[in-house]
Design a protein around this ligand. Structure first.
Ligand code: HEC
Length: 198
């Protein structure tokens, strides 16, 4: 086969693929963007799976709006956040980091990577869990009197929820089928440990 023909076939293949219904969201986003998206954007935009973005205020307007909720993000992350919202609207599910395996024990230092100081909130991917009854125990540090913890799945369904009130909290939920879920913690400036048992 000539190179030109091979190239033409590849392009044709790509075009056919592009016309198919949306493939599962590819793990394309950086950890920094995912943490921001889940802690600062998803709650307001949850339930919007209308298909396409309307660009109500144009791309420039959207950028201004994103900056408002991600004030210290760099341009690359702002772009990623835009794409994350577009993907969520199209697929009705949120992107979770595909490379994060379920982990039984997390130290404060490991958790720190998943903190968004702009939102004073945490997005902690729990990896693939189930089928099982899952028990998540979270220990906050100082200043978490008003904190709340919530476990959600990829479709943003809440699986468990509880206040932390400055103390350790245990969340239990059933994961009847294998599936990925994550923990959101709001209003907790520090977390010291997390355990996940199933
Ligand atoms: C307090 C609620 C709220 C928060 C937080 C929020 N948004 Fe929005 N956003 C809205 C509303 C309301 C609109 C206008 C209606 C719509 O298109 O959903 C909007 C519109 C947008 C649009 C334009 C959509 C379109 O169809 O043109 C983008 C892109 C967007 N938001 C991204 C984000 C990102 C990324 C974040 C996080 C950094 C974020 N938003 C945080 C409420 C919010």
């Amino acid at each position: 086969m000539s190179r030109r023909l091979a190239l033409a076939l590849m392009v044709l293949g790509a075009a056919t693929w592009a016309a198919e219904p949306a493939p599962p969201a590819a793990p394309v986003s950086s950890r920094r963007a995912l943490v921001r998206f889940h802690t600062a954007c998803a709650s307001c935009h949850a339930g919007e799976c209308s298909g396409r973005l309307s660009f109500f205020s144009g791309k420039g307007g959207a950028k201004h709006h994103i900056r408002r909720y991600a004030p210290t993000a760099d341009d690359l992350v702002v772009k990623e956040l835009f794409t994350l919202l577009a993907t969520m609207k199209r697929t009705c599910r949120v992107e979770l980091p595909a490379d994060t395996a379920a982990q039984a024990r997390w130290t404060g230092e490991q958790l720190r990577e998943w903190f968004n100081p702009d939102a004073n909130a945490w997005f902690i991917p729990l990896g693939e869990l189930g089928p099982a009854r899952v028990t998540v125990t979270l220990q906050p540090g100082a200043g978490a009197e008003a904190a709340r913890a919530q476990v959600l799945d990829e479709e943003l369904e809440t699986l468990a929820e509880a206040p932390l009130a400055g103390k350790a909290v245990t969340l239990r939920f059933d994961q009847p089928q294998k599936g990925r879920c994550f923990l959101l913690v709001r209003l907790a400036p520090t977390l010291t440990s997390l355990t996940v048992a199933q």
